[in-house]
Design a protein around this ligand. Sequence first.
Ligand code: ARG
Length: 458
Amino acid sequence: SSNQMWGGRFASGPAAIMEEINASIGFDKKLYAQDIRGSIAHATMLAHQGIISADDKDKIVHGLNTILLEIEAGQFVFSRKLEDIHMNVEARLAEMIGPAAGRLHTARSRNDQVALDFRMWVKEELQKVEVALTSLIAAFLDRAEEHADTVMPGFTHLQTAQPVTFGHHCMAYVEMFGRDRQRVRHAIEHMDESPIGAAALAGTGFAIDRHMTAKALGFREPTRNSIDTVSDRDFALEFLSIASICATHLSRLAEEIVIWSTPQFGFVRLSDAFSTGSSIMPQKKNPDAAELVRAKTGRINGSLIALLTVMKGLPLAYSKDMQEDKEQVFDAAESLELAIAAMTGMIRDLTVRADRMKAAAGSGYSTATDLADWLVREAGLPFREAHHVTGRAVALAEQKGCDLAELSLEDLQSINPAITAGIFDVLTVEASVASRKSYGGTAPSEVKKQIAWWRARN
Ligand code: ARG
């Protein structure tokens, strides 16, 4: 049988395989609430403009509200024959209220309808991500405050570089997730324009009021160009780009947690709540949650590339290719929400092993730069020469199998006679971090300022 929405032009129904490739109801039913809200706003505007009667509008609005309840109660029967959420809802409305249902689609197309529904969904999702990031940042601020004085090794090339504090390291992530949150806020602003009323692509001859629907649906204003409106999926691409960058941050953090929780590093201990055991090796405690966060990044990045690739060859305006936008965004959104929540839990729960961190911070000649800086400051050496002298001190310590701070004054003076006992004040890890008071540096006094700056903004 031919289609009840466009049966006029068609003598027979679609091939089974056509129905299968064409239908999106399996995933776009997620948009039911946005679809119904959008339709109510549209019908209300049509009646306000005298395009449909107040009586029909009332029937439509009442019917749509009933459908919302049916869907939420799990009583709604979705049909693949009806392709997508838009036609499923409209067909049910026709069943309920008869011919008045046919007036809802006046001055509208599924092209602006889906652009509206999906944009509202993405906007709401971004609002959730913003809240989730705020919790993650709060978790880091608490840990940073607690560990503003906890010394750990800072790394470059994953080789011990200079001592830093765990609080400072935490605050690096606060900066990263803070930028992600800013990107989320900007994206919400970018997409805060209502597509409804662009119709199929050219606008409509009906005297609609797009400002009215925009306002009713919580948008700042209507979109300006009807062709762009139904062709545009930048809001989805922006969501996926932001999600990919954020997931990349989460993945780097996950990687650090995996490394830190090894017996070899032993910087942190994961809570039982965020680790798993082994079915064969009784001693194991595995960082599965961190590993899965790291892996979700692959899915999320994949979704971004998938949608970029779908969009890149499309002529204006709408093409059915664009139906493939939703699964990528839904999957990425679910993964991102999970990853942020799991990471927030892990950060809140993990035990910091300050003794292990401090021992590691002191090994690997991490205060060599402090020795060189002392020679510049106190003995007036040019930095390059101080670097050379320090290199010889490191070689001597290595030869003796001791730390820089364990070399005797005589040893140090044999390398450069200008060295005095004052040198020992800068060779400890605590002295090293305390001295790095430059703006944004690792000194506990600086880190506490960074924490206060963020507390005022979180
Ligand atoms: N299910 C479609 C989508 O997700 C709705 C828009 C259909 N428009 C059309 N002209 N066939 O993109």
